[in-house]
Design a protein around this ligand. Structure first.
Ligand code: ADP
Ligand code: MG
Length: 614
């Protein structure tokens, strides 16, 4: 037998490696923008054609490259940003791996033009399949322009894997915003198919936020600014009244790098605590800066997670800083505040976080800056929790007690999977509501316990399915059309969903500049709630959008069903309850929500009799 192992040819090895870094047009956009920032540019222009599939070009006025560097830049592991392993712990630049340009050159046709201030002429290099095809001098201003054309032209499998243009464009806009938000001192613009989408003049962070997220935030931002020896935080949070039903406007940056952190997000939400309603999301753009040695950014290049040396300190700090800012805002609403030094002395910040440190942190002056009424709630909730626990634990302690559901789990679980045989319609006198959340109804051999919200979700979902197959859901005209302003990202998303939404009874039209006009909604949506309904639907949709197994439409249906369903806590009339039950059992799959939660359970009279020794 001959030996069988061979080295992969360079171009194939490069293409495989590129897959790690350049997954879609937006990843290339991020890399090119970051390179321009690292080059010290004060003006960065991004041009996109065909959602980046045909062209992505970044033009900057940064320091440019020498002829040798320009050729070198496309080699794998070629970087000017680190020289040895120690440098990894003091990274001040956005890039450092030396992989981006090599990856881009492996999967697109690239034209680089670059000139340094000290050089007479610039140089233009064309590259295809990781090989230089052409090189010549050009006359140009100092700076760099990198154009990448026909992304994945040589990797058709990847090209076919790309999403629709609106979807890829949405990812590009996301990346653009993340970089533009971190560097308000740099001019940024974005054009798509020759049309300008963003034109962001240089200015303060506050101005940049308003430019990007919209005028609604003007005069509605509270500045967050705290400094300690360990780390500092600057940025803005939206005043409570600007919070939205959709999570879009939330940004964390660590050393100017955008990160996603559910953990730190939780810290901000905790700081807002009772100031905003449940299901509301406050805007924030917070910049945490700390010694690069305290974080590990050496994770995967396209991942946005970050590891902190001690995450809990950062959590406590973020929560305190936001609380502090909000507390001051409630006293002096229109001013930007000077910080006081109290956070510096907060144990949570200056020392490692242990259980007893936690309690001392919570009794510190900073922690007490928020209002008394909130604290009263805090205590109240806690005592409620105690009762609830008692209630839950006591029956379990009595071992001879057989829980109601026991019968369900053992001999008769299949009973819950069939619609109960109920020939007659549910008659309204025989239905009862419990806790404004459950409906109880007698049947031949026992009773059903229906969860109203789950049941309604199923009903709506099937209604939507029918609506796209055949007859559209009728829209009710709104008395007053309302306009909604969305972030650029949400606006691209809503554009994508428009045709289906129209079929489902929304009268919705784009109105330029990320705005839409709603002039009608399905009958279930109450007048005056149009805006809310759409924002909530978008939020829910985005929540599903990482779920690749669902189609766009499926996600929309699930989001709308969830969002429009009658919530627990809603008191229903007898008539509404029997209507709900009749609708439920007219469904094709009445027994569960689209997500598989049960809509009802059946309980047998026999079981009750047994329990009571009858
Ligand atoms: P990294 O950014 O990790 O160093 P890249 O592959 O993105 O790796 O870039 C390689 C090198 O090319 C950079 O280290 C930098 O020296 C040079 N470079 C890339 N883009 C630019 C630019 N826009 N202006 C000046 N130099 C650049
Ligand atoms: Mg780079």
């Amino acid at each position: 037998m001959p030996d069988i192992i061979q080295l992969l040819p360079d171009n194939i090895a490069n293409q495989i490696a590129a897959g790690e870094v350049i997954q879609r047009p937006a990843s290339a956009v991020k890399e090119l923008l970051e390179n321009a920032v690292d080059a010290g540019a004060t003006e960065i222009k991004l041009l996109i054609n065909d959602a980046g599939k045909q062209l992505i070009q970044v033009i900057d006025n940064g320091k440019g490259m020498s002829e040798t560097d320009a050729r070198m830049a496309f080699e794998r592991h070629a970087t000017s940003k680190i020289r040895n392993i120690d440098d990894l712990f003091s990274i001040k630049t956005m890039g450092f791996r030396g992989e981006a340009l090599a990856s881009i050159a492996a999967v697109a046709q690239v034209e680089l033009r670059t000139k340094r201030a000290e050089d007479e002429a610039g140089i233009c290099i064309e590259i295809e399949n990781s090989t230089v095809k052409n090189q010549q001098p050009v006359a140009m201003e100092t700076g760099t322009s990198i154009a990448m054309k026909n992304l994945f032209f040589n990797v058709p499998a990847r090209r076919n894997f790309l999403k629709s243009n609106p979807s890829e464009l949405r990812h590009i806009v996301d990346e653009f915003i993340r970089v533009a938000m971190s560097f308000p001192e740099i001019f940024f613009s974005l054009s798509s198919n020759g049309q300008q989408v963003f034109h962001l003049e240089r200015g303060s962070l506050k101005q940049r936020i308003v430019q990007i997220l919209g005028n609604t935030y003007n005069a509605k931002l509270v500045s967050v600014h705290e400094q300690t020896d360990y780390l500092d935080i600057t940025g803005f949070v939206g005043k409570p009244e600007t919070s939205k039903k959709t999570r879009g406007d939330q940004y964390f940056f660590v050393n100017n790098r955008f990160i996603k952190s559910a953990y730190l997000n939780h810290a901000v939400m905790k700081a807002f605590d009772e100031m905003i309603g449940k299901d509301s999301y406050p805007m924030y753009a917070l910049f945490i800066n700390l010694d690069p040695a305290q974080i590990d950014i050496n994770v995967h290049p396209t991942k946005q997670e970050i590891k902190f040396e001690d995450e809990r300190i950062v959590y406590a700090f973020v929560e305190s800083a936001v609380k502090h800012a909000l507390a001051q805002f409630s006293i002096t609403p229109t001013l930007d505040f000077d910080l006081d030094g109290s956070i510096q002395h907060l144990d949570a910040v200056s020392k490692p976080f242990t259980e007893d440190k936690k309690s001392s942190a919570s009794s510190s002056s900073l922690f007490n800056t928020f209002t008394k009424s909130n604290q009263a709630h805090f205590i109240e909730n806690k005592s409620e929790l105690g009762h609830w626990k008692d209630f839950y634990e006591k029956p379990a302690a009595q071992t001879h007690f057989k829980p109601l559901t026991a019968g369900l789990e053992t001999d008769d679980s299949s009973a819950t999977l069939h619609a109960p045989v109920l020939h007659a319609q549910f008659i309204s006198e025989n239905v009862f509501q419990l806790h404004s959340a459950y409906i109880i109804v007698q049947n031949d051999n026992g009773y059903l316990l229906v969860n109203q919200q789950n049941a309604h979700e199923r009903i709506l979902y099937e209604r939507f399915l029918h609506a796209v197959d055949g007859k559209a859901i009728a829209a009710q005209q709104s008395l007053f059309p309302v306009s909604i302003d969305l972030t650029a990202t949400d606006s691209v998303l809503l554009h994508e969903l428009l045709p289906d939404l129209q079929q489902l009874g929304f009268i919705l039209e784009p109105f330029g500049n990320n705005s839409f006009v709603v002039s009608g909604t399905p009958a279930d949506v109450s007048q005056g709630n149009e805006k809310n309904a759409i924002e909530k639907m978008l939020e829910q949709y985005k929540h599903f959008s990482s779920d690749l197994k669902f189609s766009k439409r499926e996600k929309l249906f699930r989001s709308l069903a969830l969002q429009q369903s009658i919530k627990s806590g809603t008191t229903l009339s007898q008539k509404e309850m029997s209507g709900l039950l009749n609708d439920l059992f007219a469904c094709n799959t009445p027994n569960s929500t689209p997500n598989g939660k049960p809509t009802y359970m059946t309980f047998k009279k026999e079981e009750l009799d047994k329990m009571f020794g009858r």
